[in-house]
Design a protein around this ligand. Structure first.
Ligand SMILES: Cc1cc2nc3c(=O)[nH]c(=O)nc-3n(C[C@H](O)[C@H](O)[C@H](O)COP(=O)(O)OP(=O)(O)OC[C@H]3O[C@@H](n4cnc5c(N)ncnc54)[C@H](O)[C@@H]3O)c2cc1C
Length: 669
């Protein structure tokens, strides 16, 4: 990596020239860096807004899962079978499914070699268990903090190899150039958070042959979110230069605690806690679920099942299914303005037509499970102590004693199945730009639990393979780079300067603007959707985007990173809403992890109002047989395109043929 200083209109800027810039230090960005290094490409650097920030290092769950080909001696598996299971989730391209299946073991053992403690038995079998949408027990786990353990191991490796890291470096634009009717990424612009009050406002310029974008999911567009606070996402960086995104309609939502953000899945629900709600001031405590369930047996069983069936799923609402609980929590908290809590100190109590909780009212699966777990104790907290003491310790480590204090909860955004589009080497339609990890939306409507972490590792490894083989040359000379990038750098710098206005004395509007984005998304673009509201939200979203570009002011340069982040989040949320609007216009109904309100549909249960009617998509409906792509053209006009779903390819498997192609360098292309 070479550093040079340029002078533009009397202001000096550092320019770093290198082969590959990796943006983000989550599990996927770090993995890309290590694989590049291992394959001989050492002219690389990682730019991250916060080393240790992001989802991988800071999120987890009851038993955080990594999905890979089964290695248990008792269950036969094959990459094709795994690809078929990934593909069966709907709206996922078959070639991507095959890559994720085929490469899952290589990616997994890379992590094992780096020291991630995935358990194996005395004969070396990395045994697994069944996760959601998984027929074969392909899930494995290094405990509640699997992705954190991955971050630790990968970060250790990055440091030990001496890979350059720009910490506190917020990338706020990608630089691009048109060549032969295609757009190429040529570098990036960042703000050094610790140097914004310098004359150059902390601008750092990167002249890079390739950019690997590992910026994670767009967490910052949601108010109700179980992503860690440090994760906001930067999908807008890529959207702004015309990168195609797809499946933006598909995200996962579910119940999580809000004071300390954590998924309430697995044993937190299997011990059957009591759900209560209160007024904002804590008065009028009620067990609100009792009004909707016909008997305690079905209520307690639905709570238990929430453990296995964590993401909200409109197919699991009917007949007092577990996802009815998400709707009731949403109604109580968002629509009625009350607060909802999980109370582990007491069992659900009856009242009205409901009897008090007792084990003999439970369904067969639930009662057998608690019996097998030796957890037939009197209260939920005692059952949790018996089944999973670390689940209690985890909250204690964050200052919450769930043996005494109830947990405030909400239905929260957790993961984005869709995102930027890549090919089988994870390169986007913008040449040399490789979105990896959650920002690359490889998944379809449903995905097996754990496949996000696998996808992040496989994708970053394949991007590194491609770059090191095909795009390994040096970056262009400074002069050549500046001839394409100078105007873009100048435009951003002038914009940054005009944002700062010393007359702003009563605090900037940055928090209010962000709240508007987040509230709009959680109200209209999350797990409950309707066309009229989405259309309004799109118009309001674009209006805010224009304001952020034209009229917003900040008091000091230190606020620049947040001002640019708001622009990014605003653009991101509008394109998500545009995709949702398009899906609804095409007659799309409920699927995946969202409910589409529909007056012609069925009520979730008799006691809920008419406005809750909804219907499910038919399997052969238009929206289920195509994938919606969305992007911005050079005039910022939104382009929407429904494309066919690519089937799983018939890959060449004849050894002599593959060998010949391999030695003739015809594989990576
Ligand atoms: C509660 C929870 C539980 C989960 N459980 C599972 C599970 O069991 N199994 C599973 O497979 N998946 C799970 N996931 C999803 C999975 O953890 C994530 O998809 C994955 O960790 C994302 O990794 P990543 O590397 O893509 O992004 P992240 O780990 O989010 O990293 C993004 C990085 O980019 C940086 N960054 C962002 N923007 C910029 C910018 N402009 N400039 C510089 N740096 C930037 C961030 O600081 C961060 O370092 C879970 C997610 C959550 C929230």
């Amino acid at each position: 990596m070479k550093k040079e200083i340029i002078d533009m209109d009397g202001v000096k800027f550092p320019v770093y020239s290198l082969n590959t810039l990796i943006i983000g230090s989550g599990a996927s960005g770090l993995n890309a860096a290590i694989h590049l290094w291992e394959r001989g490409q050492k002219d690389i650097a990682i730019a991250t807004d916060c080393w240790g920030g992001g989802t991988s290092n800071n999120a987890g769950s009851d038993k955080q899962t990594y999905y890979k080909l089964s290695l248990s001696s008792e269950s036969p598996d094959s990459p094709l079978q795994m690809a078929q299971d990934l593909f069966a989730g709907g709206c996922m391209h078959g070639d991507i499914a095959l890559c994720e299946a085929q490469n899952s073991l290589e990616a997994f053992f890379h992590l094992v070699r780096l020291g991630v403690p995935f358990p194996h038995n005395q004969y070396g079998a990395y045994v697994g268990y069944k996760t959601d949408h998984d027929p074969l027990g392909r899930g494995t786990s290094a405990g509640p903090l699997t992705s954190h353990r991955m971050f630790e191991a990968l970060a250790r490796e990055v440091k030990s190899r001496g890979i350059a890291v720009f910490d506190g470096c917020e990338v706020m634009a990608l630089l691009a150039e048109n060549k032969d009717d295609e757009t190429h990424v040529i570098g990036a612009l960042a703000l050094d958070r610790n140097n914004c009050d310098a004359e150059n406002l902390g601008f750092i310029v990167y002249n890079a042959k390739n950019v690997v974008l590992g910026t994670g999911g767009p967490a910052g567009i949601y108010k109700a979110s179980v992503y860690p606070e440090s994760q906001l996402g930067s999908t807008g960086l890529a959207l702004a230069i015309g990168t195609i995104a797809h499946n933006l309609t598909e995200s996962q939502y579910g119940l999580a605690s809000v004071k300390f953000r954590w998924n309430l899945s697995g044993s937190y629900q299997q011990v059957i806690p009591r759900y209560v709600s209160t007024e904002k001031d804590g008065s009028d405590l009620r067990e609100f679920l009792n009004d909707y369930f016909p008997d305690m047996g079905r209520l307690a069983t639905a709570i238990f099942l929430k453990g296995y069936q964590w993401p909200f799923d409109p197919r699991k609402i009917g007949d007092f299914g577990s996802s009815l609980i998400d709707i009731l929590v949403y109604q109580e908290s968002v629509l009625r303005g009350r607060r909802v809590f999980l109370d582990f100190t007491r069992n659900p109590s009856g009242g009205g037509i409901l009897s008090d909780f007792s084990f003999d009212l439970l369904g067969e699966e639930a009662s057998q499970y608690l019996q097998n777990s030796d957890a037939l104790y009197d209260t939920p907290i005692e059952r949790l102590q018996a089944m999973n003491q670390p689940a209690i310790d985890l909250y204690r480590d964050h200052g919450i004693d769930i043996g005494k204090e109830s947990l405030e909860i909400a239905v929260c955004a957790q993961h984005n199945n869709g995102g930027l589009k890549g090919n089988i080497w994870w390169e986007s339609n913008i040449r040399h730009l490789f979105p990896v990890g959650e920002v690359n939306g490889t998944h379809g409507v449903y995905r097996p639990g754990g496949s996000a972490l696998n996808s992040g590792q496989v994708g970053s490894m394949r991007a590194a393979m491609f770059i090191s083989r095909r795009y390994s040359s040096e970056p262009p000379s400074l002069n050549r780079f500046l001839s394409a990038a100078r105007a873009q750098i100048r435009e951003k710098f002038v914009f940054a300067r005009t944002l700062i206005d010393a007359k702003v004395t009563d605090g900037s509007d940055i928090p209010t603007q962000r709240e508007k984005i987040q509230e709009r998304m959680s109200a209209c673009g999350a797990h409950v959707r309707g066309l009229a509201k989405v259309k309004e939200a799109i118009a309001e979203g674009w209006q805010l985007y224009r304001e952020l570009q034209n009229t917003v002011k900040i008091a000091t340069p230190q606020e620049l990173p947040e001002a640019f982040k708001n622009l990014d989040l605003c653009l991101t949320h509008v394109l998500y809403l545009e995709a949702i609007g398009e899906y609804l216009e095409k007659g799309g109904r409920s699927r995946g992890s969202f409910l589409v309100l529909d007056p012609e549909g069925k009520k979730p249960c008799d006691q809920l109002g008419e406005n809750w009617r909804f219907g499910l998509n038919r399997v052969d409906s238009f929206v289920n047989t195509k994938i919606l792509e969305i992007s911005l053209d050079a005039n910022m006009t939104v382009r929407k395109n429904w494309v066919n779903i690519r089937p799983i390819p018939q890959a060449e498997v004849w050894f002599e043929t593959v060998w010949k192609n391999y030695i003739n360098d015809k594989i990576i292309k």
